[in-house]
Ligand binder design. Structure first.
Ligand code: NDP
Ligand code: GDR
Length: 357
């Protein structure tokens, strides 16, 4: 058994927060998370980890907080006295960041500064390790293929620009004040609990709904974007490994494979037993059911971004060598797990679970 450590996860209600909380609890950590107040429930991904706070030996605690509120962050850190902070909190949707650039900068850029500054004010910089959720979006208009820790950044959205600030603040607190602060530059990672407006989950939910007769077609944007997609479960293990290193540093986590959105669509429908044929070009392109000719995929220009990131392909050699990390879930297994999970989920939501579980 490892010695008992205390971790604080900002963004514990998100996809990665939920997987990381599970991982750390399995490693005997006491885990604290920060959740935002919301008018409807936002804790579905961590409800299974909930422990009655009135009981003995509670190991999972959730506090109300927000990256835009420095005094709240300072107080929580002072109360919790964490050994490790994982900053996974963010307005994390690239397209939404074009609509909300000020809020995205406040939460994603200044929020990171607030956490680092709280550690400095509380004089905890030498005892609390810090992980920053940096992103392959930093590479944006890519300057080299594949991308690694030395590839120059060229961010292409308010989200990526806010994350660039957070990346450099993390490096700066490491260099200026000797913090154990590290960036994980993570390429896209997905799972059955991925947010439903990211393209992978949007596709797998639609495939399931179409398969169950609850929906006829799906509108998408740029089908030719290429992403290096892995499974979130593998990536939270990488985050933990980064924080355990004696010397803080920055690491790319990626699979080293890239696929188009179009390939993701084809594979997801194939898992559900349908083949897609493409017809037309540009915004008139359609994905047709190869057997019936029914249009399953249509293009909606609303989903095109003002500036796109065309091709992401990571080189995880440094993580492999120094952290002993590599992904374990293949692209086809990831797609299959997501589609199969959504086939069950959409029927449960429609109140028809008895027929499919
Ligand atoms: P999610 O969008 O699923 O989760 C984001 C989390 O941040 C949620 O818990 C959300 O709360 C919380 N949050 C949002 N705004 C604030 C705020 N103002 N104050 C406090 N918390 C806030 O993202 P992922 O789990 O997919 O990603 C985790 C982190 O990793 C993010 O920072 C993301 O930008 C980054 N990243 C993700 C990658 C991926 O492919 N998934 C790749 C590279 C980086 P709520 O539930 O209430 O919305
Ligand atoms: P991304 O993920 O922008 O890479 O950011 P997303 O799944 O939103 O987009 C991937 C690619 O698919 C194209 N696309 C669509 N995207 C969405 N959301 N909806 C559509 O209908 C659609 N059609 C085509 C996009 O144009 C894009 O090229 C994710 C987030 O998790 C970030 O927080 C994280 O930093 C990066 O991954 C790495």
């Amino acid at each position: 058994m490892m010695p008992e450590k205390v971790a604080l996860i900002i963004g514990v209600t998100g996809q990665d927060g939920a997987y990381l909380a599970e991982l750390l609890l399995s490693k005997n950590y006491i885990v604290h998370g920060i959740k935002r107040r919301s008018s409807s429930f936002n804790t579905q991904r961590i409800d299974h980890l909930y422990q009655d706070p009135h009981g003995d030996a509670v190991r999972f605690h959730v506090h109300y907080g927000d990256l835009t509120d420095s005094t709240n962050l300072c107080r929580i850190i002072q109360d919790v006295m964490p050994d490790e902070i994982y900053n996974l909190g963010a307005q994390s949707h690239v397209q939404v960041s074009f609509e909300t650039p000020e809020y995205t900068s406040n939460a994603d850029a200044l929020g990171t500064m607030r956490l680092l500054e709280a550690l400095r004010i509380l004089k905890l910089g030498d005892q609390c390790r810090f992980y920053q959720a940096s992103t392959s979006e930093l590479f944006g208009r890519v300057q080299a293929v594949p991308q690694d820790e030395r590839t120059p950044f060229y961010p292409r959205s308010p989200y990526a620009i806010a994350k660039l600030y957070a990346y450099w603040m993390t490096v700066n607190y490491r260099e200026a004040y000797g913090f154990h602060a590290s960036n994980g530059i993570l390429f896209n990672h997905e799972s059955p609990i991925r947010g439903e407006t990211f393209v992978t989950r949007k596709i797998t939910r639609a495939v399931a709904a179409i398969e169950r007769g609850l929906q006829t077609s799906l509108y998408l944007g740029n089908l030719d974007a290429q992403r290096d997609w892995g499974h979130a479960r593998d990536y939270v293990d990488g985050m933990w490994r980064i924080v355990q290193q004696d010397v803080p540093d920055d690491y790319v986590l990626a699979t080293g494979e890239t696929h188009t959105v179009r390939e993701f669509v084809e594979l997801a429908f194939r898992v559900a037993g349908r083949d897609i044929e493409w017809a037309g070009t540009g915004v008139d392109e359609k994905g047709l059911d190869a057997r019936t000719g029914a249009p399953l995929i249509e293009i909606d220009p609303r989903y095109f971004r003002p500036t796109e990131v065309d091709l992401l392909l990571g080189n995880p050699a440094k993580a492999r060598e120094k952290l002993g990390w590599s992904h374990t879930t293949s692209f086809p297994d990831l797609v299959a797990e997501m589609v199969n999970s959504d086939l069950v989920a959409v029927m449960r939501e429609a109140g028809r679970n008895d027929r499919y579980e």
